[in-house]
Design a protein around this ligand. Structure first.
Ligand code: PRX
Length: 647
């Protein structure tokens, strides 16, 4: 059946940067001569010294090497802040909407410059310099952006750790990049509740667990007092007390790292994805401008968290590089109730709203209550990111948030891609609910079968990207081999996304989800291995296997099989205890939805767990288990099915 198609609303199409014809023309040019295309587009960023080289990239096995604009110099913070001062000093750079309804703040570009420069001088006082790593574990407050930009200003490499991570997860991330300083707040606020950030950092750093950390800077965000540990801890306000607002931006090479961001993979510990300065800034700012068809007076709201790549590229670096007013929201869409998003849109006259399907589904679950109490007439464009958006959620978002007048821009991309790869760019194309549609300039998405053979026409397969683009990750921190192995070894000479996709008869892309052992739970990316290792750290767990299953609200739920050690009673109380354990060991975002006791796990004769079978059992697809002939003990499967049915 042909997919339902929506035309770009006329009001958007008439004024949009792109038309179907101009998109096709520009796309063709970007593919025909990437060197010439990006040589021109790179100029959107201010360079201290211009680049002569543009694209030097190789995906060759054993020699993956990605460099863009490599002899140019620039500073990311300068591009987000200083360069706007001549014309936009009094323009609002950041609107902050607090967790509580009546708490907000406006920060102009002039003020942003002052805050960032002072804090950058503060970091210097602590001995932070070019190339040093700084961990940022902050709530959604403007100071999180100041901290990121201050690092960029002095050439320090920031590693933002999502505020929902637990002490162990913080320690792992801090240690992997050997951070010198951790920036945090006493507390965050989310949905009316306090988030104990400083206590979590204390636990992470306790007993010398993070030996590289010299200092912790603490923002006093709420009234709750915590004791500081001298001389390690310092209050943000005391640190900047005597700092002036003069701090010249460090001259960085295009390929100097701008930040590290840890993300989950299908194996082992999280991967420190490294983005460098020049190509990332060009790509983040350009995709932001085109995906949301940004205008000078727009108020733009990306409701992600700065702890994820969406927050990096589309709350901080992309919009600020474009001189766009960016709204930061501390709270959650359902607090104090589901009408919050609409009310924030009206209050700040938001033109562009960019959020995740999981948030949309949470609002949709309450019928049309989310649309009550607001007109949302200021909205022009809606965005979606993080997971496939089901057509029902797309239509609800389109009709009830966007008043059937705003295109839904479903943006497919990843931490590793730095920016959007595939989307229905306004007004390059019509829209089909559930399809990410068309590649951005310079992006060559292709489908291959499991052996890597190209698949043509309308078909489904593994999504790869041929060739490089400026915003692409360059390496994994300290582990280039793993970088090559993860993204460039499954299929030779191309980048493998880890996602499956379908291409329809019109050539439009539909992302079907991960084809590896990565879960997408409420738009949060989690490795099954990470959750398993948290579980087996508990003394009663002999073995654990984690798989995803379809979940109405979260997209995917977490289904856990646990084998307890001999002599332990597998009780409901133990289930509760293990759920709590995972939350505190890793993060509340990794909360198991269901734990099934497993006397044994289905393994091959060589001891490999057959997850395919566990997935089918979790999804109640018992009749269709596929080939089980390589199992060491097929009877294990029968008892798992029986337990599942009796659950
Ligand atoms: O599976 C894809 C899914 O999210 C994964 C990337 O997760 P992360 O690195 O955390 O970045 C999320 C924000 C960019 C992808 O491999 N994904 C992301 N956006 C979409 C999506 N799946 C379908 N449609 C999307 N629009």
């Amino acid at each position: 059946m042909a997919a339902k198609t929506y035309a770009m609303p006329t009001a958007v199409a008439e004024h949009a940067r792109l038309s179907p014809a101009s998109y096709q023309e520009k796309y063709a040019a970007s593919i025909a001569d990437p060197e010439a295309f990006w040589r021109e587009e790179g100029k959107r960023i201010n360079w201290f010294s211009p680049y002569s080289k543009v694209k030097e990239t190789s995906y060759a096995p054993g020699n993956v090497n990605i460099r863009w604009f490599s002899d140019g110099t620039l500073n990311a913070c300068y591009n987000c802040v200083d360069r706007h001062l001549p014309k936009r000093a009094d323009k609002t750079a950041i609107i902050w909407e607090g967790d509580e309804v009546d708490v907000q703040k406006h920060v102009t570009f002039r003020e942003l410059h002052e805050h960032v420069a002072r804090f950058a001088n503060g970091l210097k006082k602590l001995g932070v310099g070019k190339g040093d790593r700084v961990a940022i574990y902050m709530p959604m407050v403007p100071e999180a952006a100041y901290a990121m930009l201050a690092c960029a200003r002095i050439g320090a490499v920031h590693s933002v750790i999502f505020g929902g991570f637990s002490p162990n997860a913080i320690a792992d991330r801090v240690n992997d990049c050997e951070a010198k300083v951790v920036i945090t707040a006493n507390e965050g606020r989310r949905g009316g509740k306090a988030v104990p950030l400083k206590p979590n950092v204390d636990k992470a750093l306790s007993k010398g667990a993070c030996p590289t950390v010299d200092h912790v800077v603490i923002l006093k965000h709420t009234d709750t007092d915590y004791e500081l540990e001298a001389p390690r801890d310092v209050w943000w306000h005391e640190l900047i007390g005597d700092c002036d607002t003069d701090c010249s931006p460090e001259v960085m090479n295009a390929e100097d790292p701008l930040f590290i961001l840890y993300t989950s993979g299908s194996t082992g510990k999280p991967k420190g994805v490294v983005h460098t300065t020049g190509g990332y800034m060009v790509y983040a700012s350009m995709t932001h401008e085109y995906a949301f068809d940004i205008r000078e007076d727009d108020v733009y709201w990306c409701a992600a968290d700065v702890g994820w790549i969406t927050g990096h590229s589309y709350i901080v670096y992309g919009p600020l590089a474009n001189g766009t007013t960016t709204l930061m929201f501390e709270g959650v869409p359902t607090y104090p109730d589901v009408s919050r998003i609409g009310k924030v849109v009206d209050k700040h006259q938001v033109n562009i709203l960019y959020t995740a399907p999981t948030a949309i589904r949470a609002l949709m679950a309450k019928g049309t209550a989310a649309a009550k109490g607001s007109t949302r007439e200021s909205l022009r464009i809606l965005g979606s990111v993080g997971e496939p958006i089901n057509p029902e959620a797309w239509e609800w978002y389109y009709n009830h948030i966007g008043n059937s007048q705003c295109p839904v821009i479903d943006t497919f991309w990843q931490t590793e891609t730095g920016g959007i790869l595939i989307a229905p760019f306004p007004a390059a194309t019509d829209m089909k609910p559930g399809s990410a549609m068309l590649p951005f300039f310079g992006i060559k998405p292709k489908l291959v079968d499991n052996e890597g053979h190209p698949l043509e026409g309308a078909t489904e397969g593994n999504l790869i990207i041929e060739d490089s683009w400026p915003g692409q990750a360059r390496t994994l921190w300290g582990d280039h081999e793993r970088f090559e192995q993860t993204y460039f070894s499954t299929y030779k000479n191309v980048y493998f996304t880890g996602d499956g996709a379908r291409r329809d008869e019109d050539g439009h892309f539909w992302i079907t989800g991960r084809v590896d052992d990565v879960l997408n739970v409420s738009g949060h990316r989690l490795g099954t291995a990470e959750i398993e290792s948290a579980l087996v750290a508990h003394e009663v767990v002999a073995e654990a296997a984690v798989v995803g299953y379809p979940h109405d609200l979260k997209g995917q739920g977490i289904y856990v099989y646990v084998t307890v050690v001999d002599g332990v009673n597998a009780t409901d109380e133990l289930r509760v205890e293990l759920v709590k354990w995972v939350r505190s060991e890793l993060s509340p975002i990794a909360t198991p939805d269901f734990i099934q006791w497993a006397p044994g796990l289905p393994k091959t004769r060589s001891g490999k767990i057959m997850r395919r079978i566990l997935r089918k059992i979790a999804c109640n697809e018992h009749s269709n288990l596929g080939d089980t002939s390589t199992l060491a003990d097929p009877s294990v499967v029968d008892s798992l099915i029986e337990n599942r049915l009796n659950r």
